[in-house]
Design a protein. Sequence first.
Length: 317
Amino acid sequence: MKKNKYVCVVPTVGRPELVERCIPSLLAQSMGFLEIIIVSDDLNYDGKDALSLSKKIKVLHTRGQQGGPAARALGYRNSTADYCVFVDDDDAISVDFLSNLDSAISLQMVDVGIVIPKVIKIWEEGLVPSHQARPPMNTIEPTIIPQDVLEKWCPSTSSGLVFSKKCFPELPIDEEIKGFNDVQMVRAGARLGVTVLFCPSAVANFYQYFSRNRMTSSIGDRLHNLEVAKNRGLLFSVEEEKAIVAGAVFSSMRSTAYVRGLIKAFEIFFSCLKDERYKHSLLANKKRIVLQAATVVWLAAIGRIAVFGSVVKRCFS
């Protein structure tokens, strides 16, 4: 059986320490990538440390500050394999990701255009249980996702997404839309009628790092990007919009808790709860509210411990 060839594209912006944590999982694949393309949106990143790890690695640059869609499109255009695998700089894939992926694709009787892996989202602090981002189907085997499911559901991250160069000579992404890469690429591809496969044995771990060096976009920015995406023709279901708005509120709370503390984080939450633009989205995510509140409390505690530790270190150094 002929094995397909795979190239990995890693978009990044000003986070070399994350790239260096991501690359080992790509090099450890039992099957192996033909090439690993790091695409930086930061013109000052030379990728020297990453390049020293393997001759398979090369670094490209966008024109600077163009965003994730432009970085993904550039990497895709420069890939020459049968399939392109997108891995973000804060991801790590399982060692058998490629071999399981290739087996799943080879078993299908039709050309596979897009593959969605199983994504496990993990908070770096390890204090809150991880959760899986997967289609609303109860399956442990590689399964073709029906068109009606894709009209209402899309992956909540682009971690580990796989696109066929045969089915897509150009990546189906609008570079003017900042964010929503996952929804853009999968929905645009599905609209063309290509086969979309869910492969639960190919696992991508998405590490959500919240620190002083990794602040998520503000709620206002996220809502603005949502409106821009809708105006440019990207369709969202009501459930997706609620999840996006709630996610923006919760991300802002987590980042604020880590940096400034518990009171400020909950000020953001309660002010959003009074705002009609956010209220219904938050109330529709009651289970997430409980989980996120626990996360915020833990992150606020971690932030204070980190500050205390640095003070103690200075006193005794």
